[in-house]
Design a protein around this ligand. Structure first.
Ligand code: PMP
Length: 399
């Protein structure tokens, strides 16, 4: 008998999402009754606002929503997204440039599919969200990491990008506020990067999913607002998950130049067709309705952010740059490495995260999930009591 033909090499090379892995390990331990506190999840702990849920309930009673709808999204939602893009990213777009996707994740995947050709290099500022390198590889591109450590506020400079640019550079990934670091680029920094991309004809994929979660009066200025001309070579990615506590609803989108939107719409018409109509109706309510509940959630995140930075900073060997966006802190913990803790030799943050989970029953994501070792990502999208208790356990563990 001949051996079975192999699995796809491309898919076999894809790793499981490291953040989801840590989170599901934490959830499994919790299910066993262990008092695990998890800072691993990238999702708000709040309920979706009631008026959004009501809009979905109403949509359930309308038989029009039981049918296929346009693959690129409901016209009313594409219009609402065009309006939101004008409001928050300072860019006028036609609804036809908007493609509604099954979460921001599908938008990220499809954006790379739209602009990457085999062998193209994609500049990826690190630390980066774990999904990007895999999405780039699935588009037959090569991720080229450009690292910015805590000493530069986790923000890459034009000089670094220019040093990494080659003949093959086709795309730059630009994420502000950043997951995992919470860093927000200033308007000047954003403009410099946008002008550089424009000068070299490089596509920009800008992930703005955290754009409404910024603190201390900082605003995440969209790269297309800072450099309007770069819009012709930019794909914006966004979604309702983070701002409206709607991770499970699975509604995201991308906004692209007309020709890019067209190829993405074609891809999506074969891949998934329309996003669930009920969820799309809910998304219309979320982005077009009153924004005060979203603002309340933002204020809660802000309070937790300050608590996290203050308490984590009390641990010797931990340095915590203040994040100005998203809901993550990304401390530099190199001071805890290269020594023994509880009789265990700990050299990497992978080992450190394991040690913390075993000994303190606290789940954190190691820097290795986002680039180099030496860092931990802690999400502060969890309730205040848990938030404080978890940090106190860490203070005790490393005290
Ligand atoms: N982009 C970034 C930077 C994210 O952190 C996430 C969620 N972790 C997403 C996109 C995707 O979000 P979703 O698919 O839930 O809309």
């Amino acid at each position: 008998m001949t051996e079975r033909a192999p699995l796809s090499r491309k898919l076999s090379a894809i790793a499981e999402s490291a953040t989801l892995k840590v989170d599901s390990k934490a959830k499994a331990l919790k299910a066993e009754g262990r008092p695990v506190i998890s800072y691993a999840a990238g999702e708000p702990d709040f309920a979706t606002p009631q008026f959004v849920v009501d809009a979905a309930a109403e949509a359930l009673r309308d038989p029009a929503n039981f049918r296929y709808s346009p693959a690129a999204g409901l016209p009313a939602l594409r219009e609402a997204i065009a309006e939101k893009t004008r409001r928050d990213s300072g860019l006028e777009v036609a609804p036809s440039q908007v493609i509604v996707t099954n979460g921001g994740k599908q938008a990220v995947y499809q954006a790379f599919q739209a602009v990457v050709n085999p062998g193209d290099e994609v500049l990826l500022p690190a630390p980066y969200w774990t999904t990007y390198p895999e999405a780039i590889a699935l588009a037959d591109g090569t991720p080229v990491e450009v690292f910015a450590g805590s000493d530069q506020g986790y923000k890459v400079t034009v000089e670094q990008l220019e040093a990494a640019r080659t003949e093959k550079t086709a795309v730059l990934v630009f994420v502000s506020p950043s997951n995992p670091t919470g860093a927000v680029y200033s308007e000047e920094e954003t403009r410099a990067i946008g002008e550089w991309a424009l000068e070299h004809g490089i596509w920009v994929i800008t992930d703005e999913i955290y754009q409404n979660l910024t603190y201390e009066g900082v605003r995440a200025v969209s790269i297309v607002e800072a450099v309007p001309d770069v819009a012709g070579q930019t794909i914006l990615v966004n979604g309702v998950a983070k701002t409206y506590a709607m991770t499970g609803w699975r509604v995201g989108w991308l906004v692209a130049p007309a020709d890019a939107a067209k190829v993405v719409a074609n891809l999506q018409s074969h891949l998934t067709s329309n996003v669930n109509n009920i969820a799309q109706r809910a998304a219309i309510a979320a982005i077009s309705g009153p924004q005060d509940e979203a603002e309340q959630m933002r204020l809660a995140f802000d309070r937790r952010r300050r608590l996290m930075v203050a308490e984590l900073s009390k641990i010797d060997g931990v340095s915590v740059p203040t994040p100005h966006g998203a809901f993550y802190v990304y401390p530099d913990v190199t001071g805890l490495l290269g020594r023994e803790w509880g009789g265990r030799r700990i050299d990497t943050t992978l080992q450190l995260a394991d040690y913390i989970l075993d000994e303190a029953e606290v789940a954190v994501v190691p820097g290795e999930a986002f680039g180099p070792s030496g860092y931990l990502r802690l999400s502060y999208a969890l309730g205040d009591d848990q938030l404080l208790e978890g940090i106190q356990r860490l203070q005790k563990l490393f005290g």
